[in-house]
Write a protein that binds this ligand. Structure first.
Ligand code: PLP
Length: 494
């Protein structure tokens, strides 16, 4: 299997090269050059552990890794750092299923990819005889940064710098980041929103002079954002795993379609679902659920992608995004892997902040359905499911769950649906408790998590126990304009 850039058909690399680079140097994203057809024998797949299924899926994409190396990466990632040995449990709640992807060390779904990415990256560097120090630059809307640092902390030969929007993340998320351990981890609060930070990180990646300066110091950038296929591909696994669990527990017949409802920000999670479908997983619809930032919902309805709008801060901050970087990959596929057409749309996005899809969206994106839930609908859904089923969900999951109910009410979705549950309610306690009717405006963080425990009947995750006692280790603040100087300072002087 090889990977090609969305911006240059001739830029073709192996998996390990794509993983080390992160972003293609032409500014594009790496995508598979082909979709192998594989034999899905569910009687076998349903008996596999998460780790076994991870090898089954990842070995298709990462075929330049030896079996022993890939298995070592998998075993190093999906171990007792997760609080359940099934890694990604599937809960049945009423008629719907919730795929709980928040049992990792930072209690959000990004752990599923970011626990393995450092292992893949180290191995990839070795395979390509690359002895440069790898500098990970990451803009985060709250969850990626912590999950990436948790994966990379004290990994030899790497440094990681995380930028987060000051005031744009929950207090728990902020505490998780500023208490991060590891001598190679650096956290910077940005005076700006997530898109500002992400745009500047992308610009730094493509800054050739900077790249040359760093190369002279034997340093090379890479990305832990979901632009890196080393992060995207591991996410394909849990779609297979969820399906396998449904077959195993006789909730569905092998081969029958299942919908996945995905709370979407950067479009990485849902794109992994699309890749699973391309490998033959019987996916019905992939529901792209948005919060009040409805850029993608509007695109699916009108064919126009338009980021010229107010950026809304919501109770689901990891979805507060106007430019979904992985959507470039999906657009590319929808355009029949046409580099010229894709580049034209991306130019429009750069220059005008909008583009118009040149073909019929409902045909070219037939696997997808766009939906959204506003703040009130999200809170009402968290409350409804809690009152009816005693199941407590976080606001991101709430957006997806509310979107699912809206689609069911419109009668446009049939068959069983899996809501991809991306964060633990412990991560957003204020919003969750308010949604279920508790008055917690003046509660301390410790009181908030205690209330989540008694409401949700879930033990404290390690992530929560840790931040209750951990010391603050990071206090850098930067303007967007100073991000480059901050990066150079950290990489060359510390
Ligand atoms: C990152 C994140 C999302 C969005 O996932 P994308 O892959 O960026 O679409 C949704 N929910 C939570 C909790 C997240 O951390």
């Amino acid at each position: 299997m090889q990977f090609k850039s969305t911006r240059n058909q001739d830029n073709i690399v192996t998996a390990s090269q794509a993983i080390v680079q992160g972003l293609a140097t032409d500014g594009g994203l790496y995508v598979p050059t082909e979709w192998p057809s594989i034999d899905l024998d569910w009687s076998e797949l349903k008996e596999m552990t998460y780790q076994e299924l991870a090898y089954f899926v990842m070995s298709i994409f990462f075929d330049d890794f030896s079996e022993a190396d890939l298995k070592a990466c998998i075993d190093g990632a999906y171990d007792e750092k997760f609080d359940t040995d099934v890694i990604a449990p599937l809960a049945k709640v009423g008629d719907d299923y919730y795929l709980e992807l928040f049992h990792g060390p930072t209690i959000a779904f990004k752990d599923l990819a970011l626990q393995i990415l450092p292992h893949l990256m180290k191995k990839s560097a070795e395979m390509n005889a690359n002895d440069k120090e790898i500098a990970i630059l990451t803009a985060t809307s709250g969850d990626t940064g912590k999950a990436a640092m948790a994966g990379f902390a004290d990994v030899p030969g790497t440094k990681i710098i995380v930028f987060y929007p000051q005031g744009g993340v929950s207090t728990i998320q902020e505490k998780q980041m500023v208490t991060q351990k590891g001598d190679n981890t650096f956290v910077v609060a940005i005076e700006g929103n997530f898109d500002d930070a992400q745009t500047e990180v992308k610009r730094l990646f493509n800054d050739e002079a900077l790249r040359a300066d760093l190369a002279a110091e034997n340093i090379q950038f890479s990305s832990a954002n979901s632009m890196n296929i080393g992060r995207l591909i591991p996410q394909v696994v849990y779609y297979f795993y969820a399906y396998a669990q449904l077959v195993k527990h006789e909730e569905i017949e092998a081969g029958s379609p299942v919908n996945f409802v995905v709370p979407t920000g950067n479009f990485g999670d849902i794109l992994a679902g699309y890749y699973a479908q391309k490998l033959g997983l019987p996916v019905g619809k992939l529901v792209c659920a948005s919060n009040d930032n409805t850029v993608l919902y509007d695109f699916f309805n009108t064919g126009v992608y338009d980021k010229n709008r107010e950026f809304k801060l919501t109770i689901s901050p990891s979805m507060d995004i106007l430019v979904s970087s992985n959507f470039e990959r999906m657009l590319f596929h929808a355009l029949g892997d046409d580099v010229a057409q894709l580049s034209a749309l991306m130019n429009d996005l750069d220059e005008k902040g909008r583009y118009e899809f040149p073909a019929d969206v409902s045909e070219k994106f037939a696997s997808f359905l766009g939906e959204f839930a506003d703040e009130d609908q999200t809170k009402a859904e968290i409350d409804r499911v809690y009152q009816e089923y005693d199941y407590l969900m976080d606001p991101h999951t709430g957006v997806a769950s509310a979107s699912l109910q809206k689609l069911k009410a419109k009668d446009v979705l049939s068959g069983p649906s899996v809501v991809v549950s991306t964060a633990s309610p412990y991560k957003f306690p204020q919003a969750v408790l308010t949604a279920i009717g508790q008055d917690v405006e003046h509660a301390t963080d410790d009181e908030l998590v205690a209330n989540i425990q008694s409401a949700g009947n879930r033990d404290y995750p390690n992530a929560i126990k840790e931040i209750q006692t951990a010391e603050v280790r990071h206090n850098r603040v930067s303007t967007v304009a100073d991000m480059k100087a901050t990066v150079v300072g950290i990489l060359t002087r510390e």
